[in-house]
Design a protein around this ligand. Sequence first.
Ligand code: FAD
Ligand code: MLT
Ligand code: ZN
Length: 569
Amino acid sequence: MEDTTTNKQISSPTTTVAALRLFFHDYFVDGYDTSILVSSTRFSKSERGYPGFSNRKGSGIGIPDSLPRVQGHGYRIHCRNIASMTSKPVRNQSFAMINCDDISYFKKILGERGVVLEEEKLDDANTDWMRKFKGSSKLMLQPRSTQEVSQILDYCNSRRLAVVPQGGNTGLVGGSVPVFDEVIINVSSMNNTISFDKDSGILVCEAGCILENLISFLDNEGYIMPLDLGAKGSCQIGGNVSTNAGACALFDTRTFLSGISGLEVVLANGTVLDMLGTLRKDNTGYDLKHLFIGSEGSLGIVTKVSILTPPKLSSVNLAFLACEDYTSCQKLLSEAKRKLGEILSAFEFLDINAMDLVLKHLDGLRNPLPSAKHNFYILIETTGSMESHDKEKLESFLLQSMENGLLNDGVLAQDVNQASSFWRIREGIPEALMKAGAVYKYDLSLPPEKMYNLVEEMRERLGTAANVVAYGHLGDGNLHLNISTRQYNDSILSKIEPFVYEWTSEQRGSISAEHGLGLMKANKIHYSKSAETVQLMAAIKKLLDPNGILNPYKVLPTSILSQSGVDEP
Ligand code: FAD
Ligand code: MLT
Ligand code: ZN
């Protein structure tokens, strides 16, 4: 029996899920959901989360005993998968393995240069930026045109070769590297700027353009890229689109998302979708480009992007500030929105643990406010067109905030170099965390007034076992909660998860504000999205990628995809 079950599991990886569901359905008549025993989400309450249960702080054991009480209290529980919440992926055996004929075919269409087989290069491409996720792909392809991407995908789809689209490989959720032996399709060689319209500010470029190069190109033209982030030296515009990246210096109308005016995308079967509109307004039918923005390479490969870029404004000011407590940071944010209005372009925070970490691990940085230690640091940036007016406005706001006790200390950058050294402190935190050892990274959208409670609760839970570091885009309600330890450790992880996801779900927050779900959170999507929404996403995936070859095991729970018939042989 064991052999039969093992073989069935190997040939059909959904067996475990199906067996679990079958078993629990005997218990939970009427489609009661076993996943509620594992963790609460905003959409369904777990056994543990239910206040009447004695084992509420336990691990959700005691299923049969507690069942009548769940029913007795009339909870409507949806039918989902216990395994989707708990399991690690197994290789989908319906995917083929690469062979010599495949390599010959790829060499024929891409030439020797576009087919990478060298171990060292593959090792880099198989490993993510955090060195936490590692695949074992034996092949990386580097197409130079949309046509080549189309030929690759057409072939891979017909051969059922799974693929991972890859840009600069700076993603933080394990989405950009293979899980097993998927073929890596790296678009770095597609790095041409195609056109720039000096009147409309519309830039059209290939997906492999490095963000920093686009920023400099636009700067020379008197325009700005509506996206700037710490990884700009490596990340690519196709990757930015595919993760729907967020940034520090952003507010409302200047968001990257609103700047994307068109895309060219290659679907799993090689079809090229030309949605590369350069019009400011276009209401003909569904705006399909949005499907691909933030889809993390699971619906298609982005090959070209058109972006509406705003003109560069002459006056940019940056202040580095200190607050005594989190409530002051929050009050400062609402005052800044009110008093600085349209010129407020960034509001970032870091706590003392983040500051200490950066100063300890990054060379050449100094504390701009060295006279005393402060619990919180804030960066406020303004962007406008009236130099003296904007500066005066910011200065008077800061003075007032100092007088009414919201600010402890602060300094205004005197020139561009000083401004970039201030930004380096904030943007250097991810790098400093990597230098400190292992890091558990959470990227959460939360109501700003609740945000720091989570950090404090986490500190209480973990005690001296870890350094809990908090920073983020406070202006966007985006907390980066990072738990830094010497090395990865399951007992620490079990104190963090699912607590962090449950906490976020209870606040109606998002478990991914900007980094995406990738591999890390594919099975956690239920904490932020309803079952119906996830089902619709799976249906869209099935429509666009019926064989499931694009970035498998990522974004959506594998179990839900197989229920929807994606990747079934
Ligand atoms: P990759 O890491 O290569 O890929 C990311 C995902 O997109 C993967 O799922 C991949 O399959 C897919 N993908 C890549 N290219 C394509 C394509 N052409 N077509 C289809 N799918 C594709 N993120 C933020 O949102 N805000 C930040 O402020 C931020 N700061 C960061 C700072 C540092 C130091 C680091 C290391 C990362 C940071 N990130 C940030 C995360 C990361 O940089 C972004 O997610 C970035 O947009 C990824 O771009 P990339 O080219 O490196 O993509
Ligand atoms: C940031 O804001 O610095 C990035 O999103 C990266 C991170 O969270 O570590
Ligand atoms: Zn961020």
